[in-house]
Design a binder for this molecule. Structure first.
Ligand code: GLN
Length: 474
């Protein structure tokens, strides 16, 4: 059982004075401290959190309205720029970096009274599926400390399941919210591309990066999305919010048609994971939901496509870390060129270097047409296949990952095997549509994630369906 009530209930109680924001912050910090051995947290933001909590309690005492997240503590993945601590993206090259401004998502949450209490571990620059690529530490899975929590937002997901705060923020470029949600038994929402501002989030692959919540239930995810979403003049790639917003879900699935993705239920899927997904599908059918099989033939190529487009964008985005303007600068460099080389060689970990090399290669003249252009053509094809599928069904369904949480160390020496963990999440990012992972039972005590996918901008419909599904399959 969680020590935290529903997010909206916490806010109501803080506003009425029944709960004190200062106590909630102490509760979060004490839990973080008591569960240090899981290594979910890079740094706490304790001083600033305590100050903000005291200020919120004073404003409540004066009779002021605080907002819809009054006094709610939360944890941000350490690739969100925040005040009150460093922002490192778990990379050595950003060690000691203090953000001059905050991410828009953080600003919006704070404007409604939420309080950042800590920064969570991740694979450095969000490159990975296990947090083992963090330059600092590997987060342990709350269900089994010998296993990974998934990645890259593994610290955020573990923190929520360890009850350190009612919610955490993650980023999802190829599955990094949904995969750790699946591996830890939490809810992970990847909104439609452009619904939440990317301003102030350390860029990975700008055409697929999205910000989203990791929570204990769908209602909590909905209120956090509701607060974070909406236009921001600092991000030119945004879309408008749904007029109804995303909170106060009806949780209605009546008359909806769900398509089970054929390509995700076949070869490569662990049979025990498959059994859990099939049992969830059966429960949906018993509840009267129309379920049919749907095929998206290009899906098996999505991973190859992603691992061309993503490194291409990574290689460009990481060029700003040159040891000159911010972050680590090698002390023993004589010339400017030497400074670039030494700072980047010492500051980046192996995975960042691998992606810079692959990305530079696929973008270089002579190879651009062979790789990058082909990947973009495939991306368009995938988009068309999703559109065709959604002309027949309202939602798509499948597993979030082909396996449950693997052992720490099992895939670290085999990047290709590690990349395969993302086989069921990356297509959604290439296409831009919203998706959510919700818990669907366990295999040998390890959680299984069920993924629901909706058409572009249908985030509210997705959350409504997920709320009902969560209830039906629990
Ligand atoms: N695991 C994927 C990768 O390493 C996705 C990462 C992410 O979504 N940030 O690229």
């Amino acid at each position: 059982m969680s020590q935290w009530p529903l997010i909206t209930d916490i806010a109501v109680k803080v506003q009425s004075g029944e709960l004190k924001a200062v106590d909630l912050v102490e509760q979060a910090l004490a839990t973080i401290d008591a569960k240090k051995e899981f290594e979910a947290i890079i740094a706490t933001v304790s001083e600033r959190a305590r100050e903000r909590a005291a200020e919120i309690d004073e404003r409540v005492a004066r009779g002021e309205a605080i907002g819809r997240l009054a006094g709610v503590p939360f944890i941000a993945k350490d690739n969100f720029l925040t005040f009150g601590s460093q922002t490192t993206a778990a990379s050595n090259i950003l060690k000691g970096f203090e953000a001059p401004y905050q991410a828009t998502a953080i600003e919006k949450l704070e404007a409604e009274g939420a309080i950042v209490v800590a920064k969570a571990n991740l694979d450095a620059f969000a490159h990975g599926s296990s947090t083992e690529n963090s330059d600092y530490m590997t987060t342990k899975n709350p269900h089994d400390m010998t296993r990974v929590p998934g990645g890259s937002s593994g610290g955020s997901a573990a923190a929520v399941v360890l009850d350190m705060a009612p919610f955490a923020l993650g980023t999802d470029t190829g599955g990094s919210i949904r995969l750790p949600a699946a591996f830890t038994g939490s809810v992970g929402l990847k909104p439609t591309y452009g619904l939440v501002s990317r301003s102030g989030v350390v860029a990975m692959a700008s055409s697929t990066d999205v910000v989203g919540p990791i929570t204990r239930n769908v209602d909590d995810a909905a209120i956090v999305l509701d607060v974070m979403s909406g236009r921001d003049e600092l991000d030119s790639t945004m879309i408008d919010r749904n007029e109804l917003g995303y909170a106060n879900l009806e949780g209605d699935l009546a008359g909806k048609k769900i398509g089970v993705i054929k390509e995700y239920m076949g070869e490569g899927l662990d049979p025990e994971v498959k059994a859990q997904i099939e049992s969830a599908i059966d429960k949906l059918k018993v509840a009267g939901v129309e379920v049919k099989e749907v095929s998206l033939p290009s899906l098996p190529l999505a991973l190859a496509c992603y691992y061309i487009i993503c490194p291409a964008e990574v290689s460009s985005n990481l060029s700003r870390y040159d040891g000159q303007r911010y972050g680590f600068s090698h002390p023993e460099a004589g010339t400017l060129e030497e400074s670039y080389n030494k700072s980047r060689s010492a500051g980046f970990g192996n995975e960042a270097k691998r992606r810079i090399m692959i990305g530079t290669y696929v973008l270089s003249s002579g190879y651009y047409d062979a790789y990058y252009r082909k990947a973009q053509l495939l991306r368009t094809k995938l988009t068309k296949e999703f559109e065709a599928a959604f002309s027949d069904v309202d939602l798509l369904l499948g597993p979030t990952a082909p396996v449950t949480a693997f052992e720490i160390g099992a895939n670290v020496d085999d990047p290709l095997q590690m990349y395969l963990t993302d086989i069921m999440t990356v297509a959604v990012n290439l296409v831009g549509v919203p998706a959510i992972s919700i818990p669907a039972g366990t295999v040998n005590g390890l959680p299984v994630g069920l993924q629901l996918i909706a058409p572009m901008k249908k985030d509210r419909e997705l959350l409504n369906a997920a709320k009902t599904t969560e209830r039906i399959i629990e």
